[in-house]
Design a protein around this ligand. Sequence first.
Ligand code: UDP
Length: 567
Amino acid sequence: MLTLSNNARQILNERYLLKDNKGHIIETPQQLFKRVATFVAGCEKRQKDLFEIQFYKMLSGLYFLPNSPTLMNAGCKKGQLSACFVLPVEDSLKGIFNTLKYAALIHQSGGGTGFNFSKLRPKDEIVSSASGSSSGPVAFIKVYDAATEYVKQGGKRRGANMGILNIDHPDIEAFITSKSSRDAIENFNISVGISDDFMRAVVQDLNWNLINPRTKKITKVLKAKDLWHLIVHEAWRTGDPGLIFIDTINTQNPTPKIGRIDCTNPCGEVPLLNYESCNLGSINLAKMIVEKDEKILIDWKKLTKTIHLGIRFLDNIITLNHYLLPQIKRITTANRKIGLGVMGWAELLILLEVPYASDEAVALAEQVMQFIKKESFTASEKLANERGVFPNWNDSIYSPKYKLRNATCNSIAPTGTISVIANTSYSIEPLFALAYNRVGILGNETQTEINTLFIEKIKQLNLWTPQVENTVLRTGSIENIKIIPDHIKHLFKTSLDISWQYHLLHQRAFQKYTDNAVSKTINLSEEKTAEDVSKIFMTAWNYKLKGITIYRYGSKTNQVLQKCSLN
Ligand code: UDP
């Protein structure tokens, strides 16, 4: 039987269940999962009915959910099913506006787009065709941002964008501060494309050259450390920019002969080539458990089955997808990248009674993700035997020894909506608070949530009193409630009370066994300093993370998650 939380029902009703042209809902959640399962089993040559049943069980059991566009559009006419895209931005007016048109089409279908703007000539350079001067990357990002605002994805969700500018672009300083001005960019995550050379220049306190991408001439020399401090200070003040470690990404590019990667999708979890897209799906780890002798353990068998079925599901989508552009179809079907990840990590830890902020949890993170990687690659290898390797395989790092169906297999997405549908914690994030208000995706409704696992545990201990409930509702925390034992406080430590060191250790543990990337926010309490941010960024590079984003509580006015106490 399908059991859904109230929040899940609300979100499904508003945006996922099909509606007729009068706006009336015409399917139930069961029918939604059936629609998706039937469509995705559609390309199976043998045992189609069996796969349809298995996919349905996996979805309706909330063991695995694909990214939102698949839930919204599978089985619909011209259903676009991918969440992640990267588009090139060429240094010409025609190129810039062609790409904007493509982005609008992608947003309309529920997908998000990443762009690296570093090919654009800097602001105030001569433009030969117009005998005027160029606007520069930041101005064009604003144009993209405004267009995104007006294409609200058919009312389903606002388009998400990633804007990257490389650290040696002449306009990098304006880019770094672009989200703090009064006419700030709203619909973009921005990240600086950081090279290893720059990081070494910061460490060794060297000069750094800004270079015009068109003329290749040095336009300015400044101290690497000064640029670093500008980034750090802005990130501390506003949460933006994040960093993308371009060289780390390219050391693990599965198809270097096809092209260098210079961009990721909006939340950073998938590095992609130009025009490439990727399908994501996440396993609900909180459901991968079994009870034995009154103890909860990880159900490795169930996990294995879900991984194999999940990989097959995502591979089928590449075959069945409707591609909005021939360029997207070409590269996506040549590499067949997929990203199987996880959600509910924090809840699994709570069920296992392992505190997030512990070395035991970090070791378990490695063990779980190593297992997921191994089984994902085994599943992709089996598919390669059954269906053939991905067409670019000869030009990949896996040729000639390792036959795979997919150039990448794993990715840790934020699971911003699907974790709500599955009623579990986001991605690999710790609980944000024990009670919080969540501002809806369109920003026009809020939902209050108290963590159900917490209530269960406290009831088990006979500590659930109106006083405890009130305090949790008011503060989102149990830190100051005397009657609650210390080990329970430790188990339910929330994001802002967990040190950045443990946040990063979890990100590192998952990244170690993820061939794409890990989307994670290092949440910091308000009193953290710019010096802390600098240490976090430096540690992230040393840990070989592919990207890093911090968020200091209160530094953005429209933050998605708000602790109840501040409302
Ligand atoms: N995404 C988007 N718009 C949104 C949220 C997400 O385009 O409002 C895209 C974006 O590429 C992001 C990816 O979907 O990186 C996965 O995000 P998430 O896991 O939060 O999506 P969900 O499947 O939970 O909706």
